[in-house]
Design a protein around this ligand. Structure first.
Ligand code: GLC
Length: 744
């Protein structure tokens, strides 16, 4: 068609009605994007940058949005979240294809730890330190979600969490940058599989960029203020790992960082993410965060907020309406560069092409696939496997655990024994058949205990109320039992978004219930269910056995029974430090020495300590027991010095000295004794999981190179400095098994 012979008006009208297949003739995605961009009006471009939540699920405060369906038909919405399932996704995609250029919608969803099959909350999964299992968990979540028409999950959340008052620690991988980076990469690989665009994969979205977990006082959405050195040294590492693993998208965070809200923060979004890190995907704002810059006092109105956000590299506006409402005017007023709009739209369209949505907008809305994945037994098995690996054994006096199935009476007491949906925690999906599918802790134990065991039950008390009316019945059945299993903790929705707690003790009168039951003198096993570290000192000091069971998902009850009866020897290790008191927070293992480090747990003689608490956490990072015991040899180094091109070999032998086969996570820490900035007393730089039959010994080797010793110096350069180092090996960050070496 030689368009030169047509008068301009006729050409324009043809372009306006011509189906968009003309851009489908190009080969590369870049060419197809260029071609489509050339056809788009400014309003259509901004429509692609606009995202609203769906019709029934709100995961944040709803802004007034007018007629969403009209906006879908007019190409004023590029994406919707909280729309899942064949019916809804198909119907909405049909509407999107009524728009002039027929650009398909992207469907986003918070698939954080499972979709149809709930896996343990991410913090629990982190306690497994099992990267393969964690990747498989994300893989299965992606398969189930993609089968339900989801293109894009708003996960992994990789925010470093050092403050258990913050409810969203449940969503991440804990306090350590090294472990957090490996888990971030594993989750991205799991979600994206062999590549998004395959119908069993979804785009990942690493969040919340950045440093959201450092919100002051553990209060959600609160300010973050720290040196750029600390930001790079600790908080940015897992995001970088996720981007390096190929994360398709990034979500920014609600918090301001050093006075500038993340969504308008050019340093993190343009200089670092899109600049130094060469991130080629797009950035979506977190729910309303662009418009919330008005509340921050950083923007006087949506017009200014849109200008600040697009300038700083926020490509898609979730729910604030500032882009759809103001961006076109900003461009027309010369206040926003149209090239930034084009760059944002290019990034978004590129992902839609890569997802294959222009070739087949309905490829993910597939009734058959959705049905196949709706009750997949393999997925349930994987969830149970992940759950049992996530459980941490904190105490086991006199080998009370594992239980045998000889004749006895077991009393199960506590508000969470028969809880159902609490087991799946926050950021999970409530399906109508949950009561049938979610295995309660009582049913898990009942089904495993067998006919010789009589199981009794009393709730004892509520989770948060102050009534002790149930204590008498609880004490009564405790006295009649041989062993008591107490299941206590938070409610499943007491951690998660907007769930900060100033007091992280066991809620309500639960610790009083523990005291009343322990007073019977019966052996007591305590299961603690929570989405964060809790403070439970009396229980920790008096119960004979304690399992930290987090929130373990659809198969919680079975996984807990697997561990209680020894079908699985617990192997979890804490991904966060457990404080003795809120007064110690923030508390984390990789702290600096200070000029007056305490010389012991009780040293208060002009040292950095509290006069009313021991100088240590209740349980340290990396801690977790087994039903067996492991003995470590002294680490052996193959040399005492290395230069920048050499590797230091660290060998250690571990022997299973107990009565059960078991898995140990051998952890490798260093301490840089003198640096151009102060350096932490310990820093995790490696770990290996080793399975040992009882009596078996294995030798583990670590290799340390100069890259493992690098840190951000005062000029925010990643450097390794010559000097002396200590290297530690052990089963927790409290290990004192060490040797020294020198970097030349
Ligand atoms: C929420 C959360 C974010 C989530 C988004 C969409 O406010 O902060 O993690 O992905 O909104 O639900």
């Amino acid at each position: 068609m030689n368009i030169k012979s047509f008068p301009l008006i006729l050409t324009m009208s043809i372009l306006l009605i011509v189906p968009p297949c003309i851009y489908a003739q190009h080969k590369t995605i870049d060419q197809r994007v260029d071609s489509l961009l050339s056809l788009m009006t400014l309003e259509e471009k901004i429509g692609q940058m606009n995202q609203y939540s769906g019709f029934w699920e709100a995961t944040g405060p709803i802004t007034e949005q007018g007629n969403k369906l009209e906006q879908v038909r007019n190409g004023q919405l590029g994406s919707l979240l909280n729309i899942t399932g064949y019916e809804h996704t198909h119907e909405l995609q049909e509407m999107a294809l009524q728009s002039r250029l027929k650009i398909p919608l992207l469907f986003g969803q918070d698939v954080i730890h499972g979709y149809r099959t709930q896996f343990p909350i991410p913090l629990a999964e982190a306690a497994s330190w099992d990267l393969e299992a964690i990747e498989l968990s994300a893989r299965i979540a992606a398969i189930e979600a993609a089968a339900a028409g989801v293109h894009w999950t708003f996960a992994p959340m990789v925010d470093i969490g050092r403050d258990p008052r913050w409810g969203r620690v449940m969503e991440g991988a804990g306090e350590d940058p090294y472990l957090g980076s490996l888990i971030a990469a594993a989750r991205v690989k799991g979600f994206q599989g062999k590549g998004y665009g395959n119908t069993d994969a979804v785009m990942a979205c690493v969040k919340h960029f950045a440093a959201y977990g450092a919100s002051e006082s553990g209060r959600d959405y609160n300010s973050v203020d720290m040196s750029y050195r600390m930001l790079n040294e600790i908080y940015l590492r897992p995001y970088k790992a996720a981007v390096d693993a190929g994360a398709a998208t990034v979500m920014n965070s609600f918090n301001d960082i050093n006075g500038i809200p993340a969504t308008a923060n050019s340093y993190i979004q343009r200089d670092l993410l899109k600049g130094q890190w060469k991130f080629g995907g797009f950035v979506v704002s977190d729910w309303g965060s662009i418009g919330e810059m008005i509340n921050h006092g950083y923007s006087k109105d949506c017009y200014q907020a849109a200008q600040q956000a697009i300038t700083a590299g926020s490509d898609m506006d979730m729910e604030s309406r500032c882009y759809i409402g103001s961006l076109a005017q900003l461009v027309k007023d010369g206040k926003a560069d149209a090239r930034l709009v084009d760059d944002a739209v290019r990034r978004i369209l590129t992902k839609k092409f890569e997802m294959g949505l222009f070739d087949d907008p309905f490829k993910y809305s597939n009734k058959e696939r959705e049905k196949q994945q709706w009750n997949n037994p393999d997925n349930l098995r994987a969830s149970r496997d992940m759950a049992k690996k996530s459980i941490v054994l904190l105490k086991n006096e006199k080998q009370l655990l594992p239980l045998d199935t000889k004749k006895k009476t077991i009393a199960m007491i506590g508000p969470l024994v028969k809880a159902v949906r609490d087991n799946i925690g926050f950021w999970s999906y409530a399906w109508p058949d949950d009561t049938a599918r979610i295995v309660t802790q009582f049913d898990g134990v009942k089904n495993r205990a067998g006919k010789n065991i009589t199981l009794t039950y009393a709730k004892g008390c509520g989770i948060s109320d102050s009534s002790k009316a149930g204590f008498a019945q609880a004490v009564k059945i405790a006295k009649q039992a041989d062993i008591v299993i107490l299941s206590i903790g938070e409610a499943g929705n007491m951690s998660g978004e907007a769930k900060s707690r100033s007091n992280i003790h066991l809620p309500g009168v639960q610790e009083d219930l523990v005291k009343a039951v322990c007073a019977t003198g019966k052996p007591v096993i305590v299961l603690i269910n929570a989405g964060r570290p809790l403070v439970f000192n009396w229980t920790a000091d008096h119960a004979q056995a304690i399992l930290y069971t987090w929130w373990l998902g659809t198969k919680a009850g079975e996984a807990i029974a697997d561990v209680l009866f020894g079908d699985y020897n617990p192997s979890g290790k804490l991904p966060m430090t457990f404080p003795r008191s809120e007064g110690q927070i923030p508390i984390y293992y990789n702290h600096f020495s200070t000029g007056r480090p305490p010389k012991s747990e009780t040293d208060v003689n002009y040292v950095s300590a509290y006069i009313d608490l021991p100088n240590s956490p209740k349980f340290p990072f990396g801690y977790g027991l087994s039903y067996t015991t492991f003995k470590y040899s002294e680490p052996v180094l193959n040399r005492s010095t290395i230069n920048a091109s050499e590797k230091l070999q660290v060998k250690v032998s571990i022997t299973n000295t107990g009565n059960y086969d078991g898995k140990e996570t051998v952890q490798l820490y260093i301490r840089d004794l003198v640096g151009s900035v102060v350096r932490p007393v310990k820093q995790l730089i490696g770990f290996q999981q080793v399975f040992l039959k009882k009596g078996e010994t294995k030798e583990i080797t670590f290799n340390i190179g100069v890259d493992d010793l690098k840190f951000y110096d005062n000029n925010v350069n990643l450097v390794a400095e010559p000097g002396d180092f200590e290297v530690f090996v052990g089963g927790s960050s409290a290990t004192e098994l060490k040797k020294t070496f020198t970097l030349l």
